[in-house]
Design a protein around this ligand. Structure first.
Ligand code: PLP
Length: 368
């Protein structure tokens, strides 16, 4: 059986005529940089989320960087975030000369634990970056309350959670700024790198746009230090076609997750916890698995793709020693890194595949 962690080709084939037509229109126009299609896609996303301003950029990583630049985060500043996330969240903080300050995660949701945030706030703290990990919103109400009380900015890292909601409201609408990734494997994926910053603060949105364009509003007149980060026109039209399917694709992922839950009943693996106030979109379907490394080896033997997001917490990465934390500093995160295992999850999974994958897991635990 041919299995994929994500099936981007299978999904493409279902919408091929529309995608191909959109691509060819751009190839025939010769307009590859910006142009009206990028603006149209920005408006579509703003409309989908219910925000006032969206700025396309080159990747989710760039989105995080330019969002922090727009908030003037730099040397001497501290940014509170989670050590259990993709590297980009921390990397961009460090690139700007600021210091990542971690707090541990909630053991059930894997998201930042809001009850631990206040104890690490100092006079240098500028912002909090919650990450909506695996497609489930972080617990935003207490985070926003702490931010208000201490006059901090909030940047949502929504890279894994486009379309997810918290208490009935979509993620990307809570923070001062919110960052989206359209990396091909994300729930709304381009055919290459792409990203976006969204906000309800138009002035801040315009500042982000200026930073993305070399710090200029009028070409060759540079008001601030910027970068070159643009959403390609080709990616914009591809994403525009795919956006129409996002909600149904997220529903398909939820359905696959529900089926996994049923099929895995009785095994010692812990299935994903869905907080009652969250609408999870299952960017990842992640188990806590006893004997995780042995299970991973067993799945490999069976030709079943799987992944560990993430094997090494960021506070233990050599590149981020600047955070100044040793092993044992964040025990919940460190335990998660030892136990998590993500299974294939995408819109094209069949019942046969789900049964095959879960049978292999049951077999592993039976023979243990
Ligand atoms: C994917 C991802 C990013 C970065 O997005 P890119 O588009 O790959 O640069 C940032 N944060 C998280 C949590 C991600 O999963």
């Amino acid at each position: 059986m041919k299995l994929h962690m994500v099936d981007v080709v299978g999904q493409y084939h279902k919408i091929k005529p529309d995608v191909d037509a959109a691509i060819h229109k751009i190839l025939d126009s010769g307009q590859f940089i910006l142009g009206k299609e990028v603006g149209e896609f920005e408006c579509q996303i703003a409309g989908y989320l219910g925000v006032t301003y969206a700025v396309g950029c080159a990747s989710g990583t760039d989105a995080l960087q330019v969002a922090m630049m727009a908030l003037d985060i730099g040397p001497g500043d501290e940014v509170i975030t989670t050590p259990f996330t993709f590297v980009a969240t921390t990397e961009t903080i460090v690139l700007l000369g600021a210091k990542p300050v971690y707090v541990d995660i909630d053991p059930k949701t894997f998201n930042i634990d809001p009850t631990q945030i206040e104890s690490v706030i100092t006079s240098k703290t500028k912002a909090i970056i919650p990450v909506h990990l695996y497609g489930q919103a972080a617990d935003m109400d207490p985070i926003l309350e702490i931010a208000r009380k201490h006059n901090l900015k909030v940047i949502e890292d929504s890279a894994q959670a486009l379309g997810a909601s918290y208490k009935g409201r979509k993620v990307c609408t809570f923070g001062d700024l919110s960052c989206i990734s359209y990396f091909p494997s994300k729930n709304l994926g381009a055919f290459g790198d792409a990203g976006m910053v969204v906000t309800n603060d138009v002035a801040l949105g315009e500042k982000v746009r200026m930073i993305c364009a070399h710090g200029s509003k009028v070409r060759y007149y540079h008001e601030t230090l910027g970068v070159n980060s643009r959403l390609d026109t080709l990616q914009a039209v591809i994403l525009s076609v795919k956006l129409k399917y996002l909600d149904s694709w997220n529903a398909a992922r939820r359905a696959a997750a529900k089926r996994y839950n049923e099929l895995l009943k009785g095994t010692p693996a812990t299935i994903p916890f869905v907080a009652p106030e969250c609408d999870h979109i299952f960017h990842q379907y992640t188990l806590r698995a006893p004997k995780r490394n042995e299970l991973a080896e067993h799945l490999k033997q069976k030709g079943i793709p799987h992944a560990i997001y993430y094997p090494v917490p960021l506070h233990l990465q050599k590149a981020f020693a600047v955070a100044g934390k040793q092993k044992g500093a964040f025990p919940v995160t460190e335990q998660a890194a030892d136990e998590v295992l993500s299974l294939p999850i995408h819109t094209e999974l069949t019942e046969e595949q789900l049964v095959y994958i879960t049978d292999a897991i049951k077999e592993f635990y039976r023979t243990l």
